[in-house]
Design a binder for this molecule. Structure first.
Ligand SMILES: COC(=O)COc1cccc(COC(=O)c2cn[nH]c2)c1
Length: 250
């Protein structure tokens, strides 16, 4: 997968050199290219923003630098078809970024991220590129950040860990929270490891029993308990058939 990020703060994307994404890049599983938008400005102050038409506070990111930069980024290697890029625009007014969307994005060959600063990017930029490729306007949560770069780190990590071979133990994202299947829409329950006792706190007996059926049942019950407590909305969304009699007694 190829990932391009266009930003006025390239250093903000340094974390893409470490950990999971960094290793995937080193292994050649990910081709990450960060571009400084200001390199596509031509004035002395490298201007990327201007006042909003219609008035109001703040500044808006100008069309020209974005257009010139994105044309260059998309110029190489874009033969349509297999190499078709998609634009990913972090914005508070986007569709919620979910595990399902992470899976969808992880199946694309090329993502171009356009994190905005200020009040956002002139709408005409998105409209222009939407004529050439899919545009995903995604929100990572109901709050406003000073810029979309942090959201790029979030989306990139969620997507990269789904790429084959990137996560050590392939099975580990099968039972992720929100992964499709029985665990869909349930939060993850508690996890434990050695030592068996710590400050007088021991491990739930069932986990030491070696009885896989009971362990799976206990984990599901704990996940359900935590979901009911923290995310009743997710319980609503889960198909009632997914719950058996014992669940209903909970
Ligand atoms: C065309 O799209 C744009 O112009 C984007 O506009 C904005 C405006 C303000 C802030 C941001 C950065 O993203 C977030 O704050 C965000 C993403 N998820 N949750 C919060 C982006």
């Amino acid at each position: 997968m190829r990932l391009d990020v266009v930003t006025i703060f390239p250093e903000y994307l340094e974390p893409l050199n470490v950990s999971l994404v960094g290793k995937a890049r080193a292994r050649g599983q990910l081709d990450v290219r960060v571009h400084d938008l200001r390199e596509w400005t031509h004035d002395r102050h490298n201007t990327v923003d201007d006042t909003p038409y219609g008035g109001g506070p703040g500044m808006v990111m100008k069309t020209e630098p974005w257009g010139e930069c994105l044309d260059d980024v998309l110029a190489d290697g874009y033969e349509g078809g297999a190499q078709a890029p998609a634009l990913v625009v972090p914005t508070p007014s986007g569709r919620p970024f979910t595990q399902e969307l992470a899976v969808e994005l992880s199946q694309r060959p090329w993502l171009v991220f356009t994190p905005a600063r200020y009040e956002g990017i002139d709408r005409r930029v998105i409209d222009e590129y939407a004529t050439r490729m899919p545009v995903y306007e995604v929100s990572i949560g109901d709050y406003v950040l000073a810029g979309g770069e942090a959201a790029v780190l979030v989306v990139t990590e969620a997507v990269a860990r789904l790429l084959p071979g990137v996560l050590g133990n392939a099975a580990s994202h099968q039972d992720d929270s929100f992964a499709p299947g029985a665990m869909a829409n349930l939060l993850e329950g508690p996890v434990y490891t050695k030592p068996p006792a710590w400050r007088g706190r021991e491990i739930p007996e069932v986990l030491l029993s070696g009885h896989h059926g009971k362990i799976a049942r206990w984990r599901r019950d704990e996940a359900l308990r935590r979901t009911v407590r923290n995310r009743p909305d997710l319980v609503e969304r889960t198909d009632p058939k997914a719950f058996d009699k014992k669940d209903r007694e909970m």
